[in-house]
Design a protein around this ligand. Structure first.
Ligand SMILES: *Cc1c(COP(=O)(O)O)cnc(C)c1O
Length: 392
């Protein structure tokens, strides 16, 4: 790794990740745990996350792109890797060559994949047939499922490895959301029953993402596809409580924390307005600390308007002005009240002393979800791994 001079980084706690995988694997056994490591492992680093998840109890991995699966294989990962959407025809040869498990849901996709397998002269490839039970993103219509399963079963180059679906509001708690999830599960059960009646019995069926894995034992089936929970977060706080209730008190541990250090400090007079736009006057003569991380790193510019805070010396401190591309300014309170010095650690996401700022807190302030907060942490922020295994 190149030398680093800027003190801004993300700590990635792989012991926490192993712990989370273990908690989820225990909760869901005998269902298998598939750790979803798309989008560079939700911004944590796909490879270390994949390895730690497998060490912690996951037996499958899932990615969005053929490219992501190829990267894992090139690094020596041998576990089954599910592609969550039907691969583009241009990527099928590589997917097959790398032993990735394709999802399929179109006749064209099935035919193309079959041709690729035939051309390579390799043994039949297991595919996971995805049906759309209401998410309406990708997946076959329910009334096409039998025909597609028939096409797969009749194909000498393909095997039906699984049938699966994806829930749209698994994290919802409103009566409408609960009813819709129940409807999706019913539709899925009906599809599985219709397939069985037609003689198609896939060895696996799967439905659950993190939210439904925790909320609904009935959704776990043979495999659960968990992303967010593997990273130690739950889509809603209520799900953290539900997990603890279901496991006799087990809790997930956040894997990522975002940290920096104070690089500049000075006292400014009351009424001075730090940063672009001169948006807020300091209420008193104040100590203002500059911290070298900004919106180019994933610290949303809107965080200032929304009242974002960071931790310095174990104390919550508001931003003193708008987030800039490379730096933030922090209001450390009335001058002389707290010693803040160059080199002090600043926690943007994570724990410091008794205080914690979570990705979920940022998400609430910004009107988004913790997934997006994590994925927005940019490539300019080095990920420092802690608790690496023997493979490091
Ligand atoms: C991303 C994704 C998941 C994981 O969702 P989480 O809420 O992070 O657990 C599961 N299934 C599919 C199809 C996905 O796209």
């Amino acid at each position: 790794m190149a030398d680093r001079w800027r003190p801004a980084w993300a700590d990635i706690d792989l012991d926490a990740l192993r712990h989370n995988a273990g908690v989820l694997a225990t909760l869901t056994a005998p269902a298998a745990l598939c750790a979803v490591v798309k989008a560079d492992g939700y911004g944590h680093g796909a490879l270390p996350v994949a390895r730690a998840a497998l060490e912690g109890g996951a037996t499958w991995l899932a990615v969005a792109l053929v490219e992501e699966g190829v990267n894992l294989r090139e690094a020596g990962i041998e576990a089954p890797i599910l592609l969550l959407s039907e691969p583009p025809v241009e990527g099928m040869a590589e997917a097959v060559a790398r032993g990735l498990v394709p999802t399929v849901y179109t006749r064209g996709g099935i035919a193309s994949l079959s041709r690729v397998v035939a051309e390579r002269g390799v043994p039949p490839v297991a595919v996971h047939l995805k049906v759309d039970t209401g998410m309406h993103r990708v997946g076959a219509d329910p009334d096409e499922a039998c025909g597609l399963a028939e096409a797969i079963d009749a194909d000498p180059h393909l095997v039906l490895g699984a049938v699966w679906t994806h829930l749209a509001v698994a994290d919802g708690t409103s009566p409408e959301d609960l009813a819709f999830s129940a409807l999706q599960l019913e539709r899925f059960d009906a599809i599985v029953a219709a397939l069985a009646a037609a003689g198609h019995r896939p060895p696996m069926i799967h439905v659950a993402n993190s939210a439904s894995t925790i909320a609904s034992a009935a959704s776990r089936h043979d495999l659960v596809r968990c992303g967010l929970a593997v990273y130690g977060l739950t889509p809603t706080p209520a799900l953290a409580t539900a997990l603890a209730d279901a496991t006799g008190g087990l809790r997930l541990r956040p894997v990522l924390s975002l940290r920096s250090r104070v690089t500049y400090v000075r006292d400014l007079a009351a009424g001075e307005r730090p940063s672009y736009g001169r948006r807020r006057p300091l209420p008193a003569d104040s100590t203002v600390a500059t911290v070298p991380i900004g919106y180019a790193d994933g610290v949303a510019r809107r965080l200032f308007d929304q009242g974002g805070e960071v931790l310095i010396g174990g104390v919550r401190r508001p931003l003193a002005g708008v987030v800039t591309m490379d730096q933030i300014v922090v209001d450390c309170g009335p001058a002389g009240s707290t010693p803040v010095a160059v080199g002090d650690e600043v926690v943007l996401i994570g724990r410091q002393g008794a205080e914690e700022v979570t990705a979920g807190e940022w998400a609430d302030l910004l009107g988004t979800i913790s997934y997006e907060v994590l994925c927005d942490i940019g490539p300019r922020v080095p990920r420092l791994l802690h608790g690496e295994g023997p493979w490091s």
